[in-house]
Design a protein around this ligand. Sequence first.
Ligand code: MTE
Ligand code: MO
Length: 541
Amino acid sequence: MVVILSGRYIILLVMIVIVPILLAWLQVLVLGIHSASVPVAGITIGAPNGAPRGFPVWIRWTHFANLLFIFLLIRSGLSIVMDHPRLYWNNGCTPGTEWLRLTPLEVPKDRIWTANDDARYISPLIALPGYRHTIGMSRSWHFITDYGFIFVGIIYVGMLFASGQWPRLVPTSWAIVPYAWETFVHYVTFHFPAEPNGFYAYNALQQLAYFAVVFIMAPLSILTGIAMSPAVDNAFPWYPRIFSGRQGARSIHFMLLCGYVAFVIMHVSLVFLTGAQRNFNHIVMGTDDTRPLGLIIGCIGLALVVGSWIAAHVVAWRSPRAIQRFHEMLILPLERIMRASTRLNPRERYTRKDISPYFWANGKMPDSDEWKRLAAEDFHGYRLRVSGRVENPVDLSLDELRALPRDEHVSLHHCIQGWSGIAQWGGISMVRVIGLVKPLPGASVVEFISFGEGTFGGAYYDTQRVEDLVKPECLLAYEMNGMPLPRVHGAPVRLRVENQLGFKMVKWIREIRFVETEKALGDGQGGAKEDEEYFDLLPYI
Ligand SMILES: Nc1nc2c(c(=O)[nH]1)N[C@H]1C(S)=C(S)[C@@H](COP(=O)(O)O)O[C@H]1N2
Ligand SMILES: [Mo]
């Protein structure tokens, strides 16, 4: 895997890592090492009467469950990030402005280079499910695991406070900072100190690290995760701005992933370096002794965790549809709420000056003769047919479409792969189209059929619920940034649904049909991407 970090960030990373280490060495050379033991975090984890509390059963089980989930999250997260292996701080994802690139490729300027072309391979040994462009399945795993991770997190933090164990993790005095520094100096200058017995108390640096993971990193992962949701971002455009935009949120989300990996490496190393047998008994058995049992059962637990990666991998490849369904079942309640809530309606808050200088393109350009012929004559012969279960089917030329009332908005586009971009879209609202054709009772789903092909051939199509189409800012767009819709972006007409992910917005629309259900179309999953690539049906997140 190639990692290319932009110059500024190399300097920053070096400063963050090297400077403290140098300072620690300097301190030891000038002042010597203070003591053979590191300061404990100022508290002892005893009950008020001084009796030790140790590791009750809920700590031990949540610790294990967390271990299971965090690895599945990291592994599926790596598959997700490789589908658009570039990280930015700007919403437009302009090539060349990445601060981190996980691909050796520069975006070619002399030909069309889609986001799908840009996806990279990652080994299934480190990612779930790995390989190239497996984002449908990796997202399903990521979101399924999210439920577990958040559930365990709530139990853990709740119990931490309910049981009075919280002083284990939460620093109560600023003295923790110099103490933690002192501990850091010991470690990086290889003066392995005498450690407090972790059954009763942690050293200051250890406490700060645990505190940071539980109370800073985990909540920040959840918050930045939410900031990548199209429904949330287009309903509350102030929210992603907290993280300097959707790409800022994505960058921070990835840094946190790296943070967990770094934490796991250090945590596990220290568990082994400071007395594996005793430490394993603490967290596995809840006893403070040096019998081998904890280590043995602990290793079985670790084997189960590794087994979960293999199992998740096998299920992803053998029964992807089952995972897709399970994911769908879990998010169904959320989907209902998001669909019904008018508070989540998209609300344009962007202005023309926010328009991104660059906008990635996606999908295969149509290469049917029909589309090429139409394109060659600037779509003069194009007719958009809207039919199916409607009272009044229509057949409109581009000029007729343009003669209808025009709507426009500036919005943030969210591709499932991770990139985004702000553009202005002009066209006719779907509400007006619906008013024109008058759907018959029972026509609750609308199919958009493209001139273009899906990833594995066959016409690209996708479906929408009528409830979503009547929401604000849902357009049949024939203009982008004040110009006729460019060919790569879907000429002559494409769909815009601002509370959803990009793959729902069919480009190069040939035909629109009102139907009763998506079940009778294609493989019945609601669209080409859902059928073939197991994309999720909750496009709001
Ligand atoms: N016909 C068709 N429409 C499509 C696609 C496609 O492959 N074929 N890709 C979708 C995806 S994944 C995205 S992100 C958007 C991209 O729109 P853009 O090329 O204007 O950025 O189009 C959507 N519409
Ligand atoms: Mo996309």
